[in-house]
Structure formats: structure tokens, C-alpha cells
Design a protein around this ligand. Sequence first.
Ligand code: G3I
Length: 464
Amino acid sequence: MKKIIVAFFMAFALLNCSNDETDSPEPNNTLAVPFASAASSTTDTSFQANWVLVPDAESYLIDVSINNNFSEMLAGYNALLVEGNTVAVTGLSQAVTYYYRVRAKRGTEISNNSNVITVKTTGVQPEEPEDPTFLKVKVNALANPFFVGVAVKSNQLTEGSAYDTVLKNEFSSITAEYEMKMNPISTGSGTYNWVATDRIVKYGNDNGINVHGHALVWHNAVPDWLSSFSGTDEEFALEVKKYITDVVTRYAGKIKSWDVVNEAVNDGGNTRNTIFLQKMGANYVKDCFQWARDAANAAGDTDLLLFYNDYGTSTNIPKQNEVFAIVDDLKASNLIDGVGFQMHNTYLSPSKAQIETDINRAVAKDLKVHVSELDIQVNQNNDISFLTDERSLAQKAKYKEIVSIYNALPVENKYALTVWGFKDNESWIPFSTDLNHPGDDWPLLYNNKFELKKAHTGFLEGLD
Ligand code: G3I
């Protein structure tokens, strides 16, 4: 009897003891974390995500995101269930960085996240659409664009300054308001101060902004040493020739155009009686253009554009006639490429017809037209003490008018439309003795706080 009981208990024990080798393997091992490996087959819009298979895993969950903390998943790739150890991730943007990670899945069990893989699609970021309320952006979208210029001072060109930002957003050409004239540059016979001009030229060249040179010869910018020159007239002429040659040579290929002579005609319509006329004779304008052309050609800059620049010709017909007599003489010797119309206007004058008649004389001679120093006074009679709405709207209309006239020019006659400064309070006009302008004024596109004025809107509307 005793033997039967023992046998029974032995059999019972056998049936109940677990024996790893003989039991079917219940999955009591934790599901391993996958190892995500590098992406492959990356294109502008897709890549292949890859990882290493995990024993016992039935499938995988992949997360794809544009941020490495996976705070926001890519549509369609939030715990996407995948068989196997790879999946194509598609519908992506070019030149964007993506992140992916995977988890293994077995029944309802899901492993922890794998390591994160970073992958950047190929291609380049599409250009940010430019703001069409920026002057040059709207102009550059035209069928026949032109340079939108502004007069600058070298101390405005600091990287990141408000001027720098506005310049790069709104303008495609720069003119030195005073630093490229003879008196700041020429410190003596054959000696020069290039600092400011080099800075302005470098800024333009580095930022793809056209540089217009203003002005090689101007009676209001003669350095003292030359004004009091004691040599002969011939020696004086040689000094001017040397100056023009040295400056044009230094900036050959960097400065695209020069006002070779500025304001050679007086308001009576005669050749202005300047030191240049007195010492170099009636041919001085042509001599200066010849020297500029020779210097440019010698430096290999056969594309340099040579301009004659003046003011007031739209309302002063005798002056206009004399200017175009000079232009004709230069044109006959193939020494001139364009005419600069300064356009220091007011909200009342010149009229549209007067401007068009003036400018069209240059068009008729197949010359480039540069509206070279545009500003529009609203207080030339000093009858207001602040910019009234009425004058602001009148100024807007005149900016629109002249921009519209310029924009209508034939493409071959377009060059640049340059405004003479940024902010109203920096303009040469307020309280100007040069201009006999007794009171304040607000002639430009930006107010003293660098805010856009209605004039800026008028400029944009002139492009429609
Ligand atoms: O910045 C210096 C300052 O550091 C120095 O202490 C001071 C001493 O006088 O001079 C300052 O430079 C002045 C410069 O403007 C910057 O404000 C110059 O003296 C002054 O002569 C210069 O005036 C310029 C003028 O041409 C003469 O070059 C005006 O800004 C400029 O708007 C005016 O522009 C002319 C065009 O070239 C030709 N058409 C007419 C137009 C208006 O006159």
C-alpha cells in the first residue's frame, strides 16, 4: 500500500514541477528596444527609415517629426505600424531636417523608444517669398525693372543697423551722399583718403547692391588744396585728370556708373563759371568725360556708364537746352551713357508734362535716365510746422507720379531711380541755407522714426 502512495506523490510532483527545458516558452522576456539605423535613399521629398529587427517582435511603430523632441509628429507617421525593419517616409519638404525613432511591438506589448536618427532631405530651401511692399521687390517683379537707389553715408552701413536692414530689403542701388566727392577723397596732389568710399563700395559689392559714383567733378566739392592751387592752368588740368584717372581706376568693375560732371550749367542757362571752366577752358566737361572713359577702358572696365548730372531742368528751359547742348557734344564723341536728373522737387512742381518733356530729351538720344536725387519738399514756403495730412497726400501723389513716369520709360533707357536719403530729419533740405529753405521739411519716404510714410505707398502705387 505504502508503495502506491509514494508512486502517486512522485507522479504528482513530476507533473507539477516546472522544467525550463520541457515547458513551452511563455514570453516572460521583456521585448527588446530596437536599434534605429541610418536613413537611406534620401531625396528632396523622401527617405527610407531603417532599424534592426528585434527577436519576438511582431511589428514596429515608427514616429517621424521635424523636431528632435517629437513634440509634433509628421502627418501619417505618428506610431505608424510597420512590418519588417524599414519604411519609406514620403511627402517631405526639401532641405529640411527630420527625426525618426521606432518601438517594437508584440501583441499588446510595446518596447521603449529606440535611439533617434536625424536625416535632412536634399535640395535647397525654397526662397522665402519676398515682401512685395519692399520697393525693390515690387520693381524686380516688373517686366522691365530698374535700380531703386538711395543716398547713403558710410556710417550707416553697419551690419544689422536699421539702415542696413532697410537697404537690403528695399534698395538695389546706393549713391554716396557726399563721401565720393572730390573734397572728402582728395587730400592733396596724388594723395587720397579712400576709407569711406572703400566702405561704401565694399558694402554694395558684398551685398549685390549697385554702386553709383557721385561725383567726380563738382564745383561745390573742390578740396581746399585744389581751390588754392598755385600752379599753371595746365598743371591744374593735369591734377584733375590724375584725380579722375586714379579714382575711376581704383573702382573699375566695382562702381558701375559715375556722375562725371555735376551741375556745369547755371540757372541762367549758361556754362557755370566754376574753377574748372576758369582754369581748364570751355572744353573741360568733355575732357573730364574723356579721362574717365580712358581710365575705365585702360582698367578693362568697358561697361562703366558715364553720366552728366544736373538739377532744375524740367522747369528751366534755358538750362535744359544748355544741358542737352553739352549732352549732344558728349554724345557726338561717344563719351556719355546717361543723364542724371536730380529731381529735388516739391509737392507742386514740376508738373508731369514738364518732367516728361525733360526726361524724354534723353530718351530721344538713346541715353540712360537716372532720377538721381529724388526728394519732394512739402514746406518750401515754410507755411506749415508739421507734415499735415493734406501735404502728406500731395507728396504721395507726386512720388506716385514721378515713379509712374520713370516706370513707363523704354527698358533701354531705364537705369535707376534714387531717393536722396532715408529719413526726413536726415535730409539736406530742412532749414537748408544752400537751398534758401527757411523752415523744416519732410521730403523723403521714411519719417524720423524710420516709419513708412504715405510717400512710400505713393512710390509703390507708381509701379502699378
Ligand atoms: O559728416 C561730417 C561731419 O563729421 C563734419 O563734422 C561736418 C563738418 O562740416 O561735415 C559733415 O559732412 C557734411 C555732409 O554733408 C554730411 O552731413 C558735409 O560737411 C556737407 O558738406 C555735406 O553736404 C552734402 C552736400 O551735397 C555737399 O557735399 C549733403 O549732405 C548732400 O545732400 C548734398 O547733395 C547734393 C548733391 O551732391 C548734388 N546735388 C545737390 C545736392 C544737395 O546739395
